[in-house]
Design a binder for this molecule. Structure first.
Ligand code: ACO
Ligand code: OAA
Length: 371
């Protein structure tokens, strides 16, 4: 039985949502470079869920629907307030709160296509509210209601900080959301598809996906990139630090990718935003350090920077707490998870691969008192 470790190279499903071919990423056939330069995140959600770009009227009403669904059940807010706010990681809080949302959705277990699309919209709208509400509550502040006249990216930053973002901040955050929205059969998306292929519900699929995204080999890498940059502290120390990590056989977070061999096409957009934002904040050291690390790892290990690498200095420059970086990844990626969940339901078959058994054989059972 063929058994590539980690299912490397295995094509496990057909999908019309996004593709990675020869290091080129497309959403529904549109090049990520065009989308990153031109699209709002709401357009991308619409594209992923409908396989077409919206007209202005369609986009306006889609934005209105999203804005109208952002508020949370009071029970979820009360629950967020009940956590041990000093120790709970926001990804764990998000995972729990999303599962809890299902308890307050009367349609949670209604499996019709229209009901699933309505739940998708509610989840996409409420996840930013959970992340920002949790961030404020743990700072002793009250959650802020969204402003219906702001776009998705600006609203997130407004609900987080209580202040509308500058244009460059909105541009950077919107771009980050666009770039993280979908990525073929990555680990969290595969998790979501496996979950709902049992005909479990949308909330279960998204909760499972959040759990998979949380790990440091996947979405959890962005928080750890900033931890590494902070430990380095000064760009003159970057190479020495990296050499020591590599000598200890430690992985450099934000580097390497299972699918991209020559480079992640999303990284260059975040790199440029990192350059611009760190110049504005007067902290170019984060950008300079990152470039040194990227060049060193490329030259010495042949590994490219992935999407998580420059997102770290971008979010840091936007004044966002480092442990919110991965929840922000989820704010964007839930659009892709939901597109894949809807696609899975539309053409479902249980996902159940095989394992190659390598354990002992022909064992003789020994009664417990004789072991
Ligand atoms: C949005 C995302 O999820 S993007 C990925 C985010 N994750 C990270 O940035 C974490 C750091 N990167 C990694 O751990 C890996 O590159 C992954 C998980 C992204 C891809 O992993 P895989 O395709 O399974 O590669 P694998 O882990 O087997 O590594 C292959 C070789 O490259 C090395 N390698 C891979 N990534 C790195 C890294 N970041 N730093 C140092 N060495 C690395 C491994 O040590 C291994 O070397 P060996 O063959 O000498 O043992
Ligand atoms: O595709 C992957 O394996 C990881 C990744 O880059 C993503 O999920 O965006």
């Amino acid at each position: 039985m063929a058994n590539p470790k980690g299912l490397e190279g295995i094509v496990a499903t057909e999908s019309s949502i996004s593709s990675i071919i020869d290091d080129k990423l497309t959403y529904v056939g549109y090049d990520i470079d065009d989308l990153a330069e031109n699209s709002s995140f709401e357009e991308i959600i619409y594209l992923l869920w409908n396989q077409k770009l919206p007209t202005q009227n369609e986009l306006d009403s889609f934005k209105k629907e999203l804005a109208n669904n952002m508020s949370l059940p009071q029970e979820v807010i009360d629950h967020l307030k009940s956590y041990d706010l000093k120790t709970v990681h926001p990804m764990a809080a998000l995972r729990t709160a999303v599962s809890m949302l299902g308890l307050y959705d009367e349609e949670a277990d209604v499996m019709e296509q229209d009901a699933n699309r309505r739940k998708a919209l509610r989840l996409q709208a409420k996840i930013p509210t959970i992340v920002t509400a949790f961030a404020r509550i743990r700072n002793g502040e009250e959650p802020i209601s969204p402003k219906t006249d702001l776009g998705f990216a600006a609203n997130f930053l407004y609900m987080l900080k209580g202040k509308e973002p500058e244009n460059i901040e909105e541009e950077a955050f919107n771009k980050a959301l666009v770039l993280h929205a979908d990525h073929e059969l990555n680990a969290s998306t595969f998790t979501a598809r496996v979950c709902v292929a049992t005909l479990s519900d949308v909330y279960s699929g998204v909760t499972a996906a959040i759990g998979a995204l949380k790990g440091p080999l996947h979405g959890g890498a962005n928080e750890r990139v900033m931890k590494m940059l902070t430990e380095i502290g000064d760009d003159s120390k970057a190479i020495e630090y990296i050499e020591e990590k590599l000598a200890n056989k430690e992985k450099i977070m934000g580097m390497g990718h299972r699918v991209y061999q020559n480079g992640d096409p999303r990284a260059k957009h975040l790199k440029e935003m990192s350059r611009q934002l760190t110049t504005i904040t007067g902290e170019s050291k984060w950008y300079n350090m990152s470039v040194k690390i990227e060049d060193y790892i490329k030259e010495n290990k042949g590994l490219p920077a992935n999407v998580d690498f420059y997102s770290a200095s971008v979010y840091h420059s936007l004044g966002i707490d480092h442990d919110l970086f991965t929840p922000i990844f989820a704010v964007s990626r839930v659009s892709g998870w939901l597109a894949h969940i809807l696609e899975q339901y539309d053409n479902n078959r249980l996902i159940r691969p095989r394992a190659e058994y390598v354990g002992p054989n022909k064992q003789t059972y020994t009664p417990i008192d004789k072991r």
